[in-house]
Write a protein that binds this ligand. Structure first.
Ligand code: PMP
Length: 418
């Protein structure tokens, strides 16, 4: 074929070699991928229905059951990132006209509320200012928040905003409650104790976002009565993003079986996915072509967690977070989450120190130290800096490195006039 027929020439950028510098990723995710997991994703492709790949999928299921502490049969990995799992959970549990109650104390609740509205659900938001968590009684009855969902546009803790009361399970009688276990935009750890029982007493399913917490913080899906839980590959599991663990309880499955309408996505329909993942022992049926190499790396991420043991992993995250928090205080920095019990061990937030521009700090640390830390997100944007220590990145050495980089940044980035 004559090249003159081509209106678009080959892009010159693609003739240059791929550039991927070495960086230490200590933001809220992704985390660095260790060699064993990298090697797994570089293995030769196999057919997605070959027995070896089916074995990998079975291994992943078992690994997720361990990480989530669940015996749920409807356990698998969706082919997509954390948002995909969030959407899968919501769209399989909700249909037009259902009522959802969404805990909004950061960006993930905001996004879950948005997704639920797109599904035609009646959505009620339980509001708390970023940096705070929900108590059982607030979830059951009422909770107070300032600024009623407008946090993205207002300063944190603005006292001139009206104090808004939002209502809970008693008033709204939702069929699903969404809550974020590890609120990565604010660094808050939400206690789940008693929440499953509370939801079930009110005829409601409990849906938990565990993307930033699973593997690094204790969570017991069955014991805590969680009906749907999902996680991410690129945080504590140290695998590349692209597939996300998810699991549903029998109670959740029953709700899916009672649906009057089909889920609004073919790709994320749990009935199809259950068949593809052989969750109920049936013959494996083709649904889509799984991201096979991504499954290899997810399998290895789950294997490393299993070899280390959940309890050791939780302890490692706790200890390194405690060391980081102490070091941050020693530098004169202020932790954003007031109560120690409500601090997420995987992602620590500090207030942007007065007299500094957060963007200069993150850019300086990236340029001079090759370390990624992040600013805020959504309601916490411009207010906080976020430091993630997840999976293999949660080491005492990395705590020292990031503290050294921060000390250096504090010395270099102060603005004379702000
Ligand atoms: N939920 C939480 C708590 C998260 O931290 C993230 C990722 N930052 C997500 C959901 C979305 O995950 P992803 O970016 O992989 O789509």
């Amino acid at each position: 074929m004559a090249t003159s027929m081509l209106r678009i020439p080959p892009p010159q950028e693609l003739f240059r070699p791929l550039v991927v510098p070495e960086r230490l990723l200590l933001g809220p995710g992704p985390s660095n991928v260790p060699p064993r997991i990298l090697a797994a994703s570089g293995r030769q492709l196999l057919g997605h229905l070959h027995p070896e790949v089916q074995q990998v999928m079975d291994d992943i299921k078992a690994g997720i059951q361990y990480a989530f502490q669940t015996q749920n049969r409807l356990t698998l990995a969706v082919s997509g990132t954390g948002h995909c799992a969030m959407e899968a959970a919501l769209l399989n549990l909700l249909e037009q006209g259902d009522t959802a109650l969404v805990g909004v104390n950061g960006v993930w609740g905001q996004r879950a509320a948005d997704m639920s509205r797109r599904l035609g659900a009646n959505v009620h938001e339980l509001l708390k200012p970023p940096g705070e968590y929900f108590t059982l009684s607030e979830i059951e009855e009422v909770s107070a928040g300032r600024g009623a969902g407008r946090w993205a546009r207002v300063s944190l803790g603005d006292s001139h905003l009206p104090l808004c009361f939002t209502q809970g399970l008693v008033q709204h009688k939702p069929s699903v409650l969404f809550i974020t276990h590890g609120e990565s935009s604010t660094g808050v750890l939400q206690s789940l104790e008693g929440l499953g029982d509370l939801c079930h007493r009110h005829g409601c399913l409990l849906l938990v976002d565990g993307v930033a917490s699973v593997g690094g913080v204790p969570i017991f899906m069955d014991e805590q009565g969680i009906d749907a839980l999902y996680a991410g590959a690129q945080k504590v599991l140290n695998a590349p993003p692209g597939s996300s663990p998810i699991s549903f309880s029998e109670r959740a499955r029953e709700k899916m079986l009672r649906r009057k309408t089909k889920p609004r996505s073919f790709y994320l329909d749990m009935d199809w996915l259950a068949g593809y993942w052989c969750c109920y022992g049936e013959r494996r049926s083709y649904h889509h072509t799984a991201p096979i190499n991504n499954f290899f790396s997810l399998r290895e991420g789950l294997a490393i967690l299993a070899e280390m043991g959940l309890e050791s992993s939780w302890e490692r995250h706790r200890a390194n977070c405690a060391k980081l928090c102490q070091g941050l205080r020693d530098l004169g920095l202020e932790l954003f989450v007031k109560e120690e019990v409500a601090r997420l061990p995987t992602i620590t937030t500090i207030k942007v120190p007065e007299g500094y521009d957060w963007k200069e700090i993150t850019a300086f640390i990236m340029d001079k130290h090759g370390i990624e830390i992040a600013g805020g997100l959504g309601p916490s944007e411009g207010k906080v800096l976020r430091i993630g220590l997840m999976g293999g990145n949660s080491t005492s050495g990395n705590v020292d490195r990031v503290l050294r980089a921060l000390r250096d940044a504090l010395g270099h980035c102060r603005r004379s006039k702000l």
